[in-house]
Design a protein around this ligand. Structure first.
Ligand SMILES: [Zn+2]
Length: 117
């Protein structure tokens, strides 16, 4: 669901379908510098503000996180965005599996292991 649809659903408060209802329970909207951001609803006020990354920004953000973590794997990346950003785990896995540098590293390590035998 798109952020605008979510906003309309939350603002209007009428005739929510089950998807919208689910979204309203799970997410919140935050306005920073006139831009709406979708965040995960906090259970407690002290909970960290976790921004839900829109699909169209996945690539840029994953690239940044991946590079910053020194081409870290899924778990390293999940740890890096923990309490800050929300990105689907599956998307991270796919991203890592498509990184040409990681792939060649993987290949290199495997070759080295084979040659030791
Ligand atoms: Zn990589």
């Amino acid at each position: 669901m798109h952020i605008k649809t979510a906003k309309v659903a939350m603002d209007s408060g009428v005739r929510r379908n089950p998807t919208q209802y689910y979204w309203c329970k799970k997410y919140d909207l935050m306005n920073i510098a006139n831009e709406d951001y979708l965040i995960l609803k906090k259970n407690k006020p002290k909970d960290p503000t976790i921004r839900v990354v829109p699909m169209e920004q996945y690539f840029d953000i994953l690239m940044e996180v991946h590079k910053r973590s020194g081409h870290g794997g899924r778990d390293k990346m999940l740890y890096a965005i923990k309490n800050k950003l929300y990105i689907q785990k599956r998307a991270i896995e796919i991203f890592v599996s498509f990184c040409p540098i990681c792939e060649s590293l993987f290949y290199f390590v495997n070759m080295a292991t084979l040659q030791c035998k």
